[in-house]
Ligand binder design. Structure first.
Ligand SMILES: NC(=O)CC(=O)C(=O)O
Length: 294
């Protein structure tokens, strides 16, 4: 496993706002929130946006907001904002249209402070659930799943990140892959809801932080009583020991935190689980493993 790659000190901001039906208004709001976040002292090095920040979170609506990446207007706008402000941006997610296969994807695009695209993650695990009396949602009605784990470095931030989207957090493998490739930070733009959020949001953030001993960034849309899907909110930053450093409520807000390399290194030094793994006995759990009943 490679050494942790995280800046000595990294200032992050999570921008929790909601999107409505008007795409132009949503993009105006992104610009406003980015401007607001950058007025904060200390100035953030990294901004994280929510899942589906330029469209409603609705399977029958995604096609109306979908764009090509990197040519689409949202990617172009975020690129300009990153470059103009010399800030890295994890661009939440947008519905992506891929001309080559005609598919729609739930996709997060990442920009370095020069405005260049440095990573793209397509949601790997689609949110297909049905809870009687709770919520039914089927992303696969209109989306295709991505098929890659996403790990990337932003050299200007001296940091390696893992990136996944919302429901992906329920599958620990993506975060473990990132951590084993040196990530000190795992970012999840995500829109849990008022049924699953209270039960699971914080638990998963804490779990992914302590099982890999890295920071976890969770950025949600704000709740929008006028909208359809009711997002949970509660954007948060969790440290490698599972402490919630900052947490928003469910309204629009921006939360800030400082991430420190020393904190990751100390957690891993004190309890060295990453080098104590026994891949010799559970190297591929997708295959029927040899188990002992005695
Ligand atoms: N919206 C999601 O992708 C996931 C979610 O809400 C949940 O896992 O709960």
């Amino acid at each position: 496993m490679s050494a942790v790659t995280l800046s000595k000190s990294l200032q992050v901001a999570l921008l929790q706002f909601h999107a409505g039906a008007d795409k132009a208004a949503n993009l105006k709001k992104v610009t406003e929130y980015i401007t607001r976040a950058l007025a904060h002292t200390p100035k953030p090095d990294l901004l994280v946006l929510p899942e589906c920040f330029q469209s409603p979170y609705a399977v029958d609506q995604f096609k109306n907001y979908a764009e090509k990446i990197p040519d689409g207007e949202t990617t172009q706008l975020l690129s300009q904002l990153a470059k103009k402000n010399r800030v890295a941006i994890i661009g939440g997610s947008i519905p992506e249209f891929d001309e080559s296969d005609g598919g729609l994807y739930n996709t997060s695009v990442v920009f370095n402070p020069a405005g260049e695209v440095v990573a793209k993650h397509r949601k790997v695990h689609l949110f297909d659930i049905s809870i009687p009396g709770g919520i039914t949602f089927k992303e696969s009605d209109s989306l295709k799943p991505g098929n890659k784990a996403t790990v990337f470095e932003v050299p200007e931030l001296e940091t390696v990140f893992g990136l996944a989207i919302c429901y992906d957090i329920r599958f620990p493998e993506l975060a473990m892959i990132a951590s084993r490739r040196g990530a000190g930070v795992m970012a999840y733009p995500g829109a849990f809801n008022t049924v699953t959020g209270p039960k699971f949001w914080t638990k998963f953030a804490v779990a992914r932080a302590i099982d890999n001993q890295n920071y976890v960034l969770m950025c949600s849309p704000a709740r929008n009583p006028a909208g359809g899907y009711q997002a949970y909110g509660h954007s948060m930053v969790v440290d490698p020991s599972g402490n919630v450093l900052v947490e928003a409520g469910h309204d629009e807000d921006i939360v800030y935190a400082e991430l420190q390399r020393d904190v990751v290194e100390e957690a891993r030094r004190n309890i060295p689980i990453s080098v104590q793994r026994r891949f010799d006995i559970y190297d591929d759990v997708s295959k029927d493993p040899v188990v002992s009943a005695l």
